[in-house]
Design a protein around this ligand. Structure first.
Ligand code: SAJ
Length: 425
């Protein structure tokens, strides 16, 4: 099946790079978003997302005339739904954006069109939620139009490369829909294309991220056990991973991002009686910010009025994304206990916090009594403790990522406490 035109609904972290990649591979693409600010930014040749190489691809896609943006879909050969699927405060899936996107396609759906849901969704969303909405068009999925599910699995920071190189799972509501999906993505996907049914494809996506969340929870629990036994968990993990079939992930201040910290809840909500381990892993990871605050309190004593320089707000290193960031949860808890925080993160966007945000490391540490590393940005990994000691009265530091060398920091006069390692002698 050949595709000449498509609509991509949702100009976010996934939709925009996907739309541009299809456009630069010759399709006529309409990028749809309900947020007028996003449409204005894109029309002005700029991007609202910090992703290496994305702005150049967006500009090229517009220049080639193969990309336009709109607030509503238009008739096309294919429609991709790449809108957010957040969780509500009660950890239930919010499918409102998926439903709205599907409803907006109905007036434009024509016989022979392909619709692909990309958004990470609870199992059976494609067949039980999206299909009935699209069939309001009078066309039946399978005979009248093709319907598939195909999750993205790109790593923020590597999106443009991984979109093309990663293996792609395509699940059709029938085999013809899966084949149509394969024909579409084969326009640029160089990785293996794995064809299956829609619900299996939804489950594969959730399994990938849940697998990671459970293993991060295991690493965080190993960190707590290591502290209890006086072991350095970072050394122990490095040694254990020498085993040819062991790959233990790394502890940290918690799990953030709009994927790993969210997707497992879709399984817990859909079948709580069958997802006990999944739910427990989520609670272990969500407990980590409290664990970090306890660690800081053990090092600094009562936190009330303590002046702490906090390094990092994003959900992981060297990205500008703060969604579900555990660092923000740590900051909120420290502020609640009355700590006086100065926060420095050169990549994080504005975040409303009860704490002072400063624009330099020097400003952050100038009057600090303690230094807390919450995000292992490359710039923070490279901090020279000898120079830092000349910038701050602080001589206590807490490292939540095991990236600062304890000997070097001790030589510079710091008592460095690393999450998951025994307290400095
Ligand atoms: N984290 C740890 N320890 C680790 C690894 C990560 O604490 O050893 C934390 C990070 O600091 C971060 C969170 O987990 O707060 C998630 O980071 P991540 O790099 O694991 O995940 P994402 O959300 O950036 O990307 C993941 C990837 N999924 C997998 O690796 C299975 C990516 O391939 C997916 O496309 C993406 O989720 C997504 O969009 O689903």
């Amino acid at each position: 099946m050949k595709f000449a035109s498509m609509c991509v609904l949702g100009m976010g972290y996934i939709g925009l790079p996907t739309a541009c990649t299809f456009a630069t591979h010759g399709l006529s693409v309409t990028g749809v978003d309900v947020n007028p600010r996003i449409l204005d930014v894109l029309r002005n040749g700029d991007v609202h997302i910090h992703e290496p190489g994305l702005k150049a691809v967006v500009v090229e896609a517009f220049r080639s005339g193969h990309l336009q943006v709109s607030s509503a879909p238009v008739p096309a050969d294919a429609f991709l739904i790449a809108v957010p699927t957040p969780i509500n405060a009660d950890k239930t899936a919010d499918l409102s954006f998926v439903v709205s996107a599907a409803v907006s396609i109905v007036p434009h759906l024509r016989s022979g069109n392909l619709v692909v849901l990309e958004s990470t969704s609870p199992p059976r969303t494609t067949v039980d939620v999206v299909r009935p909405i699209l069939e309001r068009s009078g066309l039946h999925a399978g005979e009248g139009f093709y319907l598939a599910y195909s999750p993205e699995r790109v790593l923020p920071g590597q999106i443009l490369r991984e979109l093309i190189e990663n293996a792609r799972v395509i699940g059709g509501i029938d085999s013809a829909s899966a084949q149509a999906g394969k024909d579409l993505y084969s326009v640029f996907v160089r990785g293996e294309v794995v064809m299956t049914d829609a619900t299996t494809a939804e489950m594969v996506k959730l399994m990938e991220n849940t697998y990671r969340d459970v293993n991060i929870a295991l690493a965080n629990e190993f960190a707590r056990l290591a502290e209890h036994f006086g072991v350095d968990v970072w050394q122990a993990i490095a040694a254990a991973n020498r085993h040819p079939r062991v790959r233990i992930l790394l502890p940290g201040p918690g799990v953030g991002g709009h994927c790993i910290s969210v997707d497992p809840w879709f399984l817990v909500e859909a079948a709580p009686h069958l997802a006990g381990l999944v739910a427990k892993a989520r609670s272990v990871n969500d407990e980590q910010p409290r664990y970090v605050v306890d660690l800081v309190r053990r090092e600094l004593g009562s936190l009330a009025h303590r002046r702490i320089a906090v390094l990092g707000l994003t959900y992981k290193p060297d990205v500008d994304d703060v969604r579900e960031s555990p660092a923000i949860e740590v900051v909120r808890r420290l502020a609640q206990e009355g700590a006086q925080l100065t926060i420095y993160d050169p990549l994080a966007p504005h975040v409303a916090l009860e704490a002072e945000r400063v624009e330099s490391l020097e400003r952050a540490v100038r009057r600090a009594e303690g230094v807390l590393l919450l995000v292992a940005h490359q710039a923070f990994r490279a901090i020279d403790p000898g120079r830092l000691a000349t910038l701050t009265p602080a001589r206590v530091a807490v490292d939540c990522h095991g990236v600062w060398d304890r000997t070097t920091w001790a030589r510079a006069g710091f008592r460095l406490r690393t999450l998951g390692a025994q307290a400095a002698a």
